[in-house]
Design a protein around this ligand. Sequence first.
Ligand code: SF4
Length: 681
Amino acid sequence: MDKLYGYVGKIARINLTDSTVAFISTSDYVPKYIGGRSICNKIFWDEVKPGTKAFDPENKIIYMTGPTTATGIPTGGRTVFTSIAPNSFPEQYAWSGIGGWFGAEVKFAGFDGFILEGKAPEPTYLYIEDGEIKFLSARNLWGKLVHDTQRKLEEIHGKDVKSIVIGPAGENLMRNASVTTSNDNVAAKAGLGAVFGSKNLKAITVRGAGVVVPADIKKVLELRLKMSHPAMIPRPVINETEHGLPGATTIVEGGWQRAQVACSHGCNQHCMCLMLDMKSAFSEEKVNHVEKCVSPLAFNMTIDVPYGGPGGPGGTFQTEQNHYPACKMLSREVDPPDTSDPYFEQEFAPAPSDILNYWKHDFDKGSIINDLCNEYGIDKWDVIIWLLPWLAMGKNEGVFDDIDFGMEIDVESEKFIRYLLDMIVYRKGYYGNLLAEGMARAIRTLGKEKFGNTIYHGRYSRILDKQIDIPISLEGAWGHTVHWQGRGFQGSIAKPAWVATNLHQMNATRDSQTIQHHHDTFEHYLELKDDPCRSPLTAKAVVMGENMAEIKDSVTCCDWQSPNLFWPEMEAEMFSAATGIPMTKEELLNVGERSRLLYRAIMINHSGRNRQMEVNEIFAIMQYPDPWGETVTWDEWNDLVDLYYAERGWDKETGWPAREVYERLGLDEIADELAESGKCR
Ligand code: SF4
């Protein structure tokens, strides 16, 4: 193949067992698999055997940039990891996106990605500089917190290196451990930090002096202007007097300082909110935190997030007039609603959010929770949305009478939170070890009936003006907690939105909400709202969202801006600007569908996925009433799954894609392999 614009042409195969490196040409995969997640899926299918467990040396961590990475194309700095994920229950193949400056530096150093295989004989870190990869001892780094590790690597190799590191949580195989960049971007959810730990890999440090040449520089500039306007302006530090998510804020005595920063190379929105001079969990000195969408809940969770109307800021059902990336919500720069929108009143109909009563506002304690998660290298979502609410609800219902953590359970106490996370991260005693295995496994060991299903009576719907009963475990599916699933936190979204997110979750292996949640137009909402489980539009929108998620993680683009319902060519324009390869949105959708189909084939081959497993996995949580008192019946749920499988061209009895689907997308050899074990007809 001629020069690959947008790529640097090489993927490194890094064997940690014998400290060897081999190189693969990126053009072995491109353009059939365009980058990021679609190449990861192909490498995983080819190289990892069914039956491999997350912490086996045979498990591989596959990391890929995309063709836009380091080209200056907006949002292209985000990259992706895949692996067998320890944080899924059961362990399954999953992915994690990550921002930060690491991805661009990997390309500047001469690699489009790498495959990490084997297990180092002792604590190790990798140093990559301009095409050369060294295996160095991490004995002096092992045990260090995340920021101490980042600082030490900069001391050794210079301020300009870019590193990803794990903290003590990853070293101690805590199943929801994350991997962290120097500017606090994390690959969380799948628990990749623990896979790093299982391979004795503490960090990867990179420096590169190369350049990445996009094919169409004029188009790159055009995209920067179009996608950036008007957000790419200087951001002064602002003194805030309130804190929290829009619609659920609390006054902060003395105020706090906020700055806006970009997460990665090419970022056009600067959605990352920096909280300056916050209380540290580990020193007297103040620290800066990057605030993500979940972080504000650490400070206060007395009421649910008030999304209200169907077009709320999460971007579920949108009109052209009132369409904005959700990252503007994080940067607190949401434009005022356009009241000339004919659907304005329906779209923004306010709905009071439920009262939760998990913990009251405490600015210092919230800061400590965030700092502990940052420094230990733990997925904040699991701590803030699952572990702490579980303790708050269980305590309220008397469930933990017979648990002796060694300290009274009190999620409002900073001392207790420090004690709890220290116990889990360092696996101290029975409960430290148990909770390090993740909530799904811990609850089953303790007894799901009591420790998962006990009803919490403290939730109150202000819409119905009555108590709403929910279980004390906010479990969604595949060992992950709820996320826009109409229950528990973010329960105040209506049925048309949450049945769609449940379908996304059913088809995933981890929390699936990595594409600015679910997307659809308001016109569709008006057609499907009265019976969302019987509308083909629900299934169509979920299929679109899933394929677009593969594209987003392949091109690569940012979670908060892709897909853009009212600019459907955006990702194809980004891809063509980077590579010079003409690509229509329809052709790119085929690439997305191919990547998704490979992911499906992996799930069938490695995890025995079929319809029965999937419909059962998520049904239970849909039996608890949402804030409007709505649930889903078994028949409704199965009708929606029928519509979804039909839309995909998958067999309704088994959930397995038909041979013609594989053939249409050029994956005949995958169909042949599956057919050998009777999993493709
Ligand atoms: S908009 Fe936000 S998430 Fe997207 S690339 Fe920029 S900082 Fe990162």
